[in-house]
Write a protein that binds this ligand. Structure first.
Ligand code: ADP
Length: 211
């Protein structure tokens, strides 16, 4: 099952990819997580992308595509995967088509106002990457991860300026992928304005028709 999770920042792709990954035993491959990890470890890649990611702009296509291409050759991705945050541009999608055959593209639909609300309260565990929201999905103990006890932090690109830019970038560069995959009859539209549980039910239903 080769899946793409498509949608604006804050739509819940990362949270839901975590659930679906466990349920179907396929890896969640998040380009955003790969870049953040490289930035944290101060690798060559991390140094190259730090400012771009901080602003909420896109990392150049060539770099991103070669990274994903390499990741998809690894053993755990041979029976399927969820690409979370990739592709984000038409050239990325065209490149992916040259080396992968997709099963479906799950398109997370949500209004801009709700995106801003979700991202401006988002907190992430530094240790295990679990995602929380100060109001909608708070940790049991403030600042501490329920799952592993790690410390929670706010992503530097969850500042209001960067959120607004990421939404702009999404509308201009990524949204055209909806038509791109629509033409290929791969698109599964999901209403992601409700709870993660509700969204998961919709995704299960969409994926059931694949088998
Ligand atoms: P979100 O969906 O919340 O904006 P992600 O974790 O998916 O966040 O991505 C964070 C940042 O990483 C993006 O704003 C961008 O700078 C970079 N990035 C992630 N995926 C891609 C991609 N496919 N192409 C280019 N840049 C990317």
């Amino acid at each position: 099952m080769n899946l793409i999770f498509l949608g604006p920042p804050g739509a819940g792709k990362g949270t839901l990819a975590g659930h679906v990954s466990k349920e179907f035993s396929i890896p969640q491959i998040s380009t955003g997580d790969i870049f953040r990890d490289a930035i944290k470890r101060e690798t060559e890649l991390g140094k190259k992308v730090k400012e771009i990611v901080g602003r909420g702009d896109l990392v150049p296509d060539e770099l991103t595509v070669s990274l994903v291409r390499e990741r998809l050759t690894q053993a755990d991705a041979q029976k399927g995967y969820i690409l979370d945050g990739f592709p984000r541009t038409i050239p990325q999608a065209e490149a992916l088509d040259t080396f992968q055959k997709l099963s479906a593209v799950v398109n997370f639909e949500i209004a801009d106002a709700q995106v801003v609300e979700r991202l401006s309260g988002r907190e992430i565990c530094k240790t295990c990457g679990a995602i929380y929201h100060v109001k909608n999905m708070p940790a049991k103990v403030k600042g501490v991860c329920d799952k592993c006890g790690g410390p929670l932090y706010t992503r530097p690109d969850d500042s209001l300026a960067s959120i607004t830019n990421r939404l702009d970038v999404y509308r201009t560069q990524t949204e055209p992928l909806i038509a791109y995959y629509g033409k290929k009859s791969l698109l599964k539209n999901i209403d992601s304005s409700k709870s993660p549980e509700d969204t998961l039910v919709q995704i299960r239903a969409a994926l059931r028709t694949l088998k």
